[in-house]
Design a protein. Structure first.
Length: 103
């Protein structure tokens, strides 16, 4: 039963939904645990597996979101470097142009 505390409130709500239990969002985690354990068709092994899947899926989604954020950050850095390089090249061309016209 300790596994029900792993992953937080949202995971327990998702588990209750997957087990087709009637609940409302105002319920506490303890109340939801009691509802799950006291349900007519409670099977501890099945419930553990479903909960583990829910927890793993959430963790994988969070990791994927972090990776996407990091990739976006890297992409923005590269774009900023490219823009800076273009500015420097433009300034250098102007300097050469001005130097050539003055000599």
């Amino acid at each position: 039963m300790a596994y029900l505390g792993k992953g937080g409130r949202e995971n327990v709500f998702v588990l209750a939904t997957k087990l087709n239990l009637d609940f409302d969002k105002s319920m506490t985690i303890a109340t939801l645990k009691d509802l799950i354990i006291g349900s007519e068709n409670y099977d501890e092994e099945l419930t553990k597996n479903v909960h583990s899947t829910i927890f793993g899926d959430r963790k994988a989604r969070a990791k994927k979101q972090e990776e996407q954020k990091e990739n976006l950050r890297i992409k923005e850095q590269k774009e900023n470097l490219r823009i800076e390089e273009q500015k420097e090249n433009y300034a250098l061309k102007n300097e050469k142009k001005n130097y050539a016209s003055n000599n």
